[in-house]
Design a protein around this ligand. Structure first.
Ligand code: ADP
Ligand code: ADP
Length: 234
């Protein structure tokens, strides 16, 4: 089964009397082991789509299933629990807490998992080793480069061992060589540890590195290189 499944999902935002159809009738499944990019121009609906895949937002119509469960059948608490165990998030601005060391930032998502302090630290150090930052565990975010900060945030996303990691424009604040390095790191984690990754980018130069391209424009699914040929033609 798919990790996440969207069926005919639409999202409309209302701003006073103005309505924006941010997504229109999107159907797609995120499969285990996918390494996929969502791409499209600014304002096309990439963030909205990621927010729906990650169950951070709910659709106006259509259905979202996570590991086979309809999210509309879950209450807020159950959804929170499912999300915090199944999905890791990475953001373009890293979202690290400046007064916490790298290892402490990475430990944060484990707070809700009922582990002992020593176990939390060991798991956080393991995640930092996975992203090649074993020598930076006690550094503060402002003692790290942009690329290193994004690695910390990848470690933080991985530390709960999620089925799926979602990244909203993870390279938007990085130069091109750091951008490539971050995508290659995610790729390595995908191949070696089987982590499913979906990230958004407007940077066409990164698309050669993915297995699947989900292209949206004006809220519509324009292309999904993993879809069946019949669907592709629609
Ligand atoms: P992208 O990530 O591709 O830049 P977004 O998903 O952020 O696109 O936005 C898609 C459209 O939905 C845009 O027109 C945007 O202004 C609108 N939009 C996104 N989020 C909101 C919101 N919370 N309230 C109102 N409009 C929104
Ligand atoms: P991105 O770099 O992801 O495209 P945006 O600047 O489009 O970021 O959006 C940042 C946040 O603001 C998102 O959570 C999005 O949902 C929200 N947002 C985007 N457009 C609007 C809007 N027109 N009105 C209100 N919120 C918006």
């Amino acid at each position: 089964t798919n990790v996440v499944e969207l069926s005919s999902v639409s999202k409309r935002f209302k701003l006073g009397t103005t309505e924006v159809d941010a997504l229109k009738e999107i159907s797609l499944g995120i499969r285990k082991n996918d390494f996929a990019a969502i791409t499209g121009p600014s304002g096309s609906g990439k963030s909205t789509l990621l927010n729906l895949i990650g169950c951070l937002d709910v659709p106006t119509s259509g259905e979202v299933k996570i590991s086979g469960t309809r999210t509309s059948d879950l209450d807020e608490k159950a959804l929170d629990k499912l999300r915090s165990r199944a999905i890791g998030f990475i953001f373009q601005s890293f979202n690290l807490i400046p007064v916490l060391k790298a290892v402490e930032n990475v430990m944060l998502p484990l707070q809700l998992h009922g582990l002992k302090a020593q176990q939390m630290r060991e798991q956080a150090e393991h995640a930092l080793r996975q992203v090649g930052l074993e020598h930076y565990i006690d550094h503060l975010p402002d003692q790290l480069s942009g690329g290193q900060r994004q690695r910390v945030s990848i470690a933080r996303a991985l530390v709960t061992k999620p089925n799926l990691v979602l990244a909203d424009e993870p390279t938007a604040n990085l130069d091109s060589s750091n951008s490539e390095a971050i995508i290659e790191l995610m790729r390595k984690l995908n191949k070696e540890s089987g982590v499913t990754f979906v990230f958004s980018t407007h940077d066409a130069s990164l698309l050669g590195k993915v297995d699947r391209i989900i292209r949206i424009r004006d809220g519509k699914l324009q292309e999904d290189t993993a879809a069946a040929p019949l669907k592709k033609a629609l």
